[in-house]
Design a protein around this ligand. Structure first.
Ligand code: SF4
Length: 222
């Protein structure tokens, strides 16, 4: 599956953009070779916690080749996962930095970095196949933590496409939680982007609180 994601060329606009960013780079990373390809999910195949973000960042995942790696969003996310015991270290800077996830898997609604961090609906729909395939492989998942509304919409659409009956009108709000049936619960958080973390909309404490709810559910045995 990893190979399929990395070789995917289904969204010409995104593939062009990722290649362009990888060729031009930014000044601070001029000496680095960018990944420039779709970025697969990452983590523990026996995970009970699935985290779903939006898409790789142009100079983060698109540079390093690992989701939420090498940017401020990743710094925020993995520091929190480390505090909660899901990550072996708080730093996520490169594919070979030694980071290991325990009981947690991190994926995204779109696997290619989009211009202005905005994938188009058709691109998100095309990329859902990969989330769906991961879902089928991650058979132990009991808590899904979505980062932002687009992550939530992508997850719910994917689950509906698998035939899972879900209530309509599930609302997104930071801290909201919804029952998805079969002992699986959905937890919502604002996205860990700088737009939220630099403005104080999402603080480490507010994110930790959602993560703690998800962790409690995983351990509850219900
Ligand atoms: S966004 Fe997804 S479907 Fe589109 S090219 Fe990238 S990996 Fe393929």
């Amino acid at each position: 599956m990893r190979g399929d994601v990395v070789a995917c060329e289904r969204c010409p606009r995104l593939r062009r953009w990722c290649r362009e960013v990888a060729a031009t780079r930014v000044k601070r990373f001029q000496d680095q070779e960018y990944w420039g390809r779709p970025v697969p999910g990452f983590g523990d195949p026996r995970a009970r916690l699935l985290v779903v973000g939006l898409a790789p960042a142009a100079h983060g995942g698109n540079r390093t080749g690992r989701v939420f790696t090498g940017d401020r969003s990743g710094d925020f996310l993995f520091a929190a996962l480390h505090r909660a015991g899901f990550a072996s270290q708080s730093e996520s800077v490169a594919r070979d930095d030694g980071l290991k996830l325990r009981d947690c898997y991190v994926a995204a609604a779109a696997r290619c970095a989009p211009p202005a961090n905005k994938p188009l609906p058709a691109e998100l729909a095309r990329c859902r196949e990969y989330l769906s395939r991961e879902w089928a492989l991650l058979t132990r998942v009991r808590a899904v933590l979505v980062l932002g509304r687009i992550g939530m919409d992508g997850c719910l659409a994917m689950l509906r496409e698998t035939g899972r009956p879900l209530p309509r009108g599930l609302a997104f709000a930071h801290g909201a939680a919804h029952d998805l049936g079969g002992g699986v619960r959905l937890f919502c958080s604002y996205h860990v982007s700088q737009q939220n973390t630099f403005t104080g909309r999402l603080t480490p404490a507010r994110f930790d609180a959602v993560l703690a709810q998800a962790k409690e559910h995983i351990g509850s045995g219900h």
